[in-house]
Design a binder for this molecule. Structure first.
Ligand SMILES: Nc1ncnc2c1ncn2[C@@H]1O[C@H](COP(=O)(O)OP(=O)(O)OP(=O)(O)O)[C@@H](O)[C@H]1O
Ligand SMILES: [Mg+2]
Length: 252
């Protein structure tokens, strides 16, 4: 099942989260992610964006409240069920989490190898995707010798290669220039058009306003839905540039 009977991929009801004995970092968060929706998640540093995404990809359990993913209530789901749910979620981590000893190619190929896809198909898809993100000359390069922005693009390719139903990206354009940021956003939009529900946590106000998708804002752990254009974010590039190449190819 890709969504519950109401077409909802993820549902949070009065969710609270605290780390250890600390104060709540998320408070009474309620949301519904409609299947096929494209959502930005904004908020200042420390507002709880990564924490909210961690709950969505089941790396954390809420301290209170209820989370339902793909129609399954997480708290009561069996381990096998959780593994099945997790496979439907693609994640671009804020800190990339690439495997250092594997090449860019092998990092991106990994989800397909785990899924048992034929090596000839893997090769074709991985090369195509890494070319799209401008890394065709770095297939054999290992993460430690890639720049931050190049690692970020490998992480994005790895997250989308297996066509997840739910795609979560935590500040996925924080390390690239404006032109590449827009290009990567177009890639997320393409995934969305192919059916993925997308959530992107970002500080990049220019991109949020330019692309004009649904937008949620976290402020001191509380979530609201906001209209675009938004203002008052920090950390984003001042201008996303005039790039409109969609899925076209680029060289690094
Ligand atoms: N593992 C942890 N243990 C304790 N506190 C944590 C942990 N991770 C995050 N926090 C706290 O939770 C709050 C929210 O952090 P979070 O990383 O979710 O914010 P964020 O909105 O993603 O920030 P940024 O924009 O800087 O990435 C912060 O006060 C942070 O210090
Ligand atoms: Mg964060």
């Amino acid at each position: 099942m890709a969504a519950d009977k109401n077409g909802c991929v993820a549902r949070f009801e009065n969710v609270g989260l605290r780390y250890g004995l600390g104060a709540e970092v998320l408070r009474d968060v309620s949301l519904e992610l409609e299947q096929g929706s494209f959502n930005f998640l904004i908020g200042s540093s420390g507002a709880g964006k990564s924490s909210l995404l961690k709950l969505m990809y089941m790396a954390l359990k809420p301290t209170r409240g209820m989370i339902t993913l793909f129609g399954h209530e997480i708290a009561t789901a069996h381990r096998k069920e959780l593994i099945g749910l997790r496979r439907r979620v693609g994640v671009v981590f804020q800190e990339f989490r690439l495997l250092r000893h594997l090449s860019a190619f092998d990092n991106v190929a990994l989800p397909l190898r785990v899924a048992g896809v034929k090596e000839s198909e893997i090769r074709e898809h991985v090369i195509e995707l890494l070319t799209w993100v401008g890394l065709k000359d770095h297939l054999a390069t290992r993460p430690p010798t890639l720049s931050g922005g190049q690692q970020q693009r490998v992480a994005i390719a790895r997250a989308i290669i297996s066509r997840p139903k739910l795609l979560l990206a935590d500040e996925p354009t924080g390390n690239v220039d404006d032109r590449m940021a827009l290009r990567l956003m177009h890639l997320f939009e393409e995934m969305n058009k192919l059916g993925a529900t997308v959530v992107i946590a970002t500080h990049n106000e220019t991109l949020v306003n330019r692309l004009g998708h649904s937008c949620m804002r976290l402020d001191a752990g509380q979530l609201d839905f906001v209209e675009t254009p938004v203002s008052g974010l920090s950390g984003g590039p001042a201008n996303a540039g005039g790039f409109d190449a969609g899925w076209g190819r680029t060289d690094d």
